[in-house]
Structures are given as structure tokens and as C-alpha cells.
Design a protein around this ligand. Structure first.
Ligand code: PLP
Length: 402
């Protein structure tokens, strides 16, 4: 018998499926609010000018395509350390491992936790995910062999944090040693982030209960600014001795297809850091051996050059401010529509994503009547909106929502 004959089809990825449908939609005025990437006013995911300049430099100066070491490019790792941890944690207590994107980083970190930190003999470590969270978190953690559980996050209004439920869950559901996954900023899919006071309380509970912060930092610079977006993480790190931070440079450098990310592990001693680094490297070695060079070399080149760094900060700020202004234009546009729901809550949310509050039926109608593509949950990518077509979009949303 054939081994593969009885294999069932895996369910298609809901969001990628929508993109395929969008691409084959013949309507010229269609609009895609479902994808997970930044788009500029022309609807293009641009290559940043600082990236093109860094690539030119690399092309001229590159001397080898030899393998990187298992933990990646040293200059890149140094740059990541500075961006994510600043000088908050002594260097000998931080291990940085370059990884293929934020996804690769999460996967390496999950492998590491599953192999090194059990919840008792024969019992896998548990990781608690917010409800809701980025859909891939669940799959990554489960595939690594971790036990996955959840804690409350979004309120029943689907637009604000249910902080009491979150704290109550963190105080009662996990036990000492369990990991808690937190989005450092720009929570995907809701756009709902904790306030500084709430971060303080979360950090205290993690510390009191001996829980490991497992932080996903995929959108640094897309919320309130580069440093501001690290504030929650800083608060956490002030309160704990151990943490894992998985960062991604897909969004803030626009390097999606180059796969640039990193695992940053904080341990309580230099010795524990060195041992943890050796185990992280073992996870990489048996999985993909060593990371790709190009994207990390771009980031390292930009951050080693003050002019390119300044250019990058300007371009990042331009993306961030455009997202903020699209939020404002949409909310103002909807406020002019008689009988339309109030969308002001979108102004409190951070990053590209928000739950719009549109129902699955309204989402279907927007697609059928107008070619506006939104994920079934109502999650919208604000960056997919367009300044010049805001009235058209608001008329369409009002048509299905009023
Ligand atoms: N984490 C979150 C919350 C994300 O939204 C994403 C990307 O959509 C990632 C991680 C992974 O990013 P990358 O493309 O770098 O793998």
C-alpha cells in the first residue's frame, strides 16, 4: 500500500486563501484589508531606501557566501541586543541567536523550552497564550511539544483589554515554571495593548508567581515609536531574572521575504546564559543548521552606519505615522455616515491590526458587493486602506453596517 494515499488535506490558511481570492478578483477598485504586511499609499509593500542603500554596500563589499555560524552574524546579534534590550540587562546574561524571521525565532525558542524545561517527569512545559492571539502561536508551540493553554485578553466588547480577567487568569491558571506569551506591542490580531500601569501589574504577577515571560516582539516601531514600544518589555525585565524575547525585523525593516528575526534569552547568571545559548544552538543545528545571511547583513549594515540608521528611523516613522493617520481618517469618515457604528475605539489601538467589530456576514457582503477583503474575524489591516479612497471605503462599510 502507498504510505501517502491516506493522508488528509490540511486545512488551508484562512488569510492566505483570502489573498489568493483577492488576486483573482477582476474588479479594479478592490481593496485588500486582510493581508499581514504594510502597504504604502500606492498599495505596494515597499523596499525601504535604507535597505536598498545597504544592499548596494553589501553587493560591493561582499567577499563570501560561506556559512554563518550557528547563532548567526555577530554584528547583527549585537544590533539586536541593543534594539531589544538596550543596556538594561548585563551583556553576559543575554544570549542572542539569529533566526529566520519572528516565526523561526518562536520555533527555536519553543524547541528550546520543550527540550530543556519540563513541568515534571514526562510532562511538557506549559505555555499560556492570550485569547485571541496570532493563529500561528498555537501551531508553533504545539508542534514543538509544549502544552498549550490560554489566558483572557480581549474583553467581550471585542475592542478593549479585559484586564481584570487577564490578571485573575495569570494569578490562578499557570503554575510556577510555566511560560506566558505576551505581545510586546501592537497585539495581533486586536491592536489592543496594556497601558504602562497594566504592564507593571502584569510584571509583578509574573515575578511573584515565577512565570517565564515569553515575549513576541514583531512590531517594534509600529505603535508609539521604537523606544516607546519597548516600554512594556522594559517593565517586565525590571521585575524578572529570566525571559525569552523573539523579535522580528520583517515589518520594521520591510524585510518580510528575507526572514530576519532573533531569539533573545535572558538568564539569571553568566553560566546559565552560556549553557542556554549552547542549547539554543543545538536546536538550530538540528533544524536548519545556520541562518540565512542576506537579511541580517542588511540590518547590521544599516545599524552600523549613522546615516543609514537615521534614514531607517525616518522611513519607519513614516510607516507608523501613515497607519495612525489612516486610523484617524477612517474614524472621521465613519463619523460622517448617518447611523454608522462608532469606530473611535480604533484610535486607542496600536499597529496595523484591529478587530473592526464587523460581523462575518458584513465581511462577506463587503467582499461580494465591493471587493473589500477582510478576515472573517473582522480583523482589518489598517495599512491596506487608502487615503484617496477613504470616502469610498466608508460609504461601503456604512452600506453593510448601518
Ligand atoms: N508574531 C506576530 C504576532 C506576528 O504577527 C508575526 C507576523 O505576522 C510574526 C510573529 C512573524 O513574523 P515573521 O514574518 O518575521 O516570521
Amino acid at each position: 500500500p502507498h504510505r501517502f494515499d491516506s493522508i488528509s488535506l490540511a486545512p488551508p490558511d484562512a488569510i492566505l486563501g483570502l489573498t489568493e481570492a483577492f488576486n483573482s478578483d477582476p474588479r479594479a477598485d478592490k481593496m485588500n484589508l486582510s493581508v499581514g504586511v504594510y502597504k504604502d499609499a500606492a498599495g505596494v509593500t515597499p523596499i525601504l531606501r535604507c535597505v536598498k542603500a545597504a544592499e548596494q554596500k553589501l553587493l560591493d563589499g561582499e567577499t563570501t557566501k560561506g556559512y554563518l555560524s550557528i547563532d548567526g552574524l555577530p554584528d547583527y546579534r549585537g544590533a539586536v541586543r541593543e534594539m531589544v534590550f538596550g543596556d538594561q540587562v548585563p551583556a553576559d546574561r543575554v544570549a542572542i541567536v539569529q533566526a529566520p524571521g519572528g516565526t523561526g525565532a518562536l520555533s527555536v525558542a519553543a524547541d528550546f523550552l520543550a527540550s530543556q524545561c519540563s513541568a515534571g517527569p514526562g510532562k511538557p512545559m506549559r505555555v499560556f497564550l492570550p485569547t485571541p492571539t496570532w493563529a500561528n502561536h498555537n501551531a508553533i508551540m504545539q508542534d514543538a511539544g509544549l502544552a498549550v493553554d490560554s489566558y483572557s485578553y480581549l474583553g467581550s466588547d471585542r475592542r478593549t483589554l479585559d484586564f481584570d480577567a487577564l490578571i485573575s487568569d495569570l494569578k490562578t491558571k499557570p503554575s510556577t515554571g510555566d511560560a506566558v506569551l505576551l505581545h510586546a506591542c501592537c497585539h495581533n490580531p486586536t491592536g489592543v495593548d496594556p497601558t504602562p500601569d497594566q504592564w507593571q501589574e502584569i510584571a509583578s504577577v509574573l515575578s511573584q508567581r515565577g512565570l517565564l515571560p515569553f515575549v513576541d516582539f514583531a512590531y517594534q516601531g509600529f505603535g508609539d515609536g521604537l523606544e516607546q514600544d519597548a516600554a512594556g518589555l522594559r517593565t517586565i525585565l525590571e521585575n524578572v531574572d529570566e525571559a525569552i524575547v523573539c523579535s522580528s525585523y520583517s515589518k520594521n525593516f520591510g524585510l518580510y521575504s528575507e526572514r530576519v528575526g532573533a531569539v533573545g534569552l535572558v538568564a539569571a547568571s553568566a553560566q546559565a546564559t552560556a549553557a542556554s545559548l549552547s542549547q539554543l544552538k543545538r536546536c538550530v543545528r538540528s533544524n536548519y543548521s545556520n541562518p540565512p545571511r542576506h537579511g541580517a547583513a542588511i540590518v547590521a549594515t544599516i545599524l552600523a552606519d549613522s546615516e543609514l540608521t537615521a534614514m531607517w528611523k525616518d522611513e519607519l516613522e513614516e510607516m507608523r505615522l501613515r497607519i495612525t493617520s489612516l486610523r484617524e481618517l477612517f474614524v472621521a469618515g465613519m463619523a460622517k455616515q448617518p447611523g454608522a457604528p462608532d469606530f473611535k475605539f480604533l484610535l486607542d489601538q496600536k499597529g496595523m491590526f484591529s478587530f473592526s467589530g464587523l460581523s462575518p456576514m458584513q465581511v462577506d457582503e463587503l467582499k461580494a458587493k465591493y471587493g473589500i477583503y477582510i478576515v472573517g474575524s473582522g480583523r482589518i489591516n489598517v495599512a491596506g486602506m487608502n487615503e484617496d479612497r477613504m470616502d469610498w471605503l466608508c460609504d461601503a462599510v456604512a452600506d453593510v453596517a448601518c
